[in-house]
Design a protein around this ligand. Structure first.
Ligand code: 8YV
Length: 328
């Protein structure tokens, strides 16, 4: 019997879920959960058939050129801006992501951030924890309403639509902007979301949620000029990727009260982030946890596993991103 192909699991993840892989692969795990440098990743991937990874693995031309045996890279994330798909096709490596399984959990968290930001939940808690609560006042931590307000969504993919559906329970008006307009049925299902141009979205949203993929085109989609168009009472929520927002411009807008608040789960160079955020009261900050429910994280890993198992069986992985790799 020929030896099993080798698979690198580049980050630590649920051993009981990974057990499914043992029938097909000889596994190399990263039990200490270290983030590999590009050099380490190159070394660990020598002789490997594939890799299961997270968004922290940068896969580019330079890496792939040193890995002639690699056949598949499979991320547990839906976002795949860390993969150079053209280079993958060039080196005949299949790239897969894990869509759908995290839509609802991520939408829940977008709402959690929006509500916490608008109603100043974390700011108020800090106040209480710091022993500053001496007396109550009529204008004490007054915030903005969610119910009856207008929700704007930039990037109306599967997550954006899941966010919009939740607006039904709060009687919100939903507007969106996207590369392409949804079908009439999709708009109806997304709490009758209305397609508007980006300028109207910026000007008319009471709460603006970013749910678009990161790419060179979406880099700094929200910068000084865009923030200047928003309402001074508006909140901005980012559950997508840090690079979509120009942090320096956002910090200035929050400081000058050009917008009321921001809720951020993602940062341009995470886990690092601009230190000035810590000095602002009108921002809610979380460490990239929008998809972090037990059930969803397990489902994401399972989806990545399904993709590598399909590949090793000679089937087309269900979430293949670079379909042109099949034509070479
Ligand atoms: C992941 C994410 O938790 O799916 C994505 O695109 O950003 C998150 O759900 C993280 O990136 C894991 O790699």
């Amino acid at each position: 019997k020929s030896p099993k192909p080798k698979l690198l699991v580049a980050r630590a993840m649920f051993p009981d879920v990974l057990a499914r892989l043992n029938d097909y692969f000889e596994l190399e795990l990263n039990q200490e959960d270290r983030i590999f440098s590009p050099e380490e990743l190159t070394e660990r991937l020598q002789g490997k058939f594939g890799m299961i990874c997270t968004s922290s693995a940068k896969v580019n031309q330079e890496l792939l050129s040193k890995l002639p045996e690699l056949k598949i890279i499979s991320t547990i994330a839906v976002g795949y801006d860390n993969f150079d798909l053209q280079a993958c096709t060039q080196y005949q490596v299949m790239a897969t992501n894990a869509p759908d399984v995290l839509n609802e959990t991520t939408a829940d968290f977008a709402w959690a951030l929006m509500m916490a930001t608008a109603r100043r939940v974390t700011e108020a808690e800090h106040f209480l924890r710091n022993g500053e609560w001496q007396k109550w006042g009529v204008d004490f931590f007054v915030g903005a309403d969610i119910h009856g307000s207008r929700l704007g969504i930039l990037g109306m993919g599967r997550i954006g639509q899941a966010i919009a559906r939740r607006a039904a329970g709060f009687g919100m008006d939903v507007i969106y902007h996207n590369r392409s307009r949804l079908s009439a049925e999709q708009e109806t299902a997304a709490h009758r979301a209305r397609y508007v141009d980006k300028e109207s979205l910026l000007r008319e949203s009471d709460h603006l949620i970013l749910a678009l993929p990161y790419s060179p085109e979406s880099h700094h989609s929200i910068a000084a000029a865009e923030l200047a168009q928003m309402k001074s009472s508006a909140t901005l929520i980012n559950i997508a990727r840090g690079g979509i927002v120009d942090d320096v411009a956002l910090i200035a807008a929050l400081r000058n009260r050009q917008i009321a608040g921001a809720g951020l789960d993602v940062f341009e160079n995470e886990p690092r982030f601009h230190p000035d955020f810590l000095e602002l009261k009108n921002v809610v900050l979380t460490p990239h946890i929008a998809s972090a429910s037990e059930r969803t994280r397990r489902a994401m890993v399972n989806r990545a596993i399904t993709n590598v198992i399909a590949a090793v069986r000679g089937e087309v992985p269900p979430d293949l991103l670079n379909r042109d790799v099949l034509e070479v």
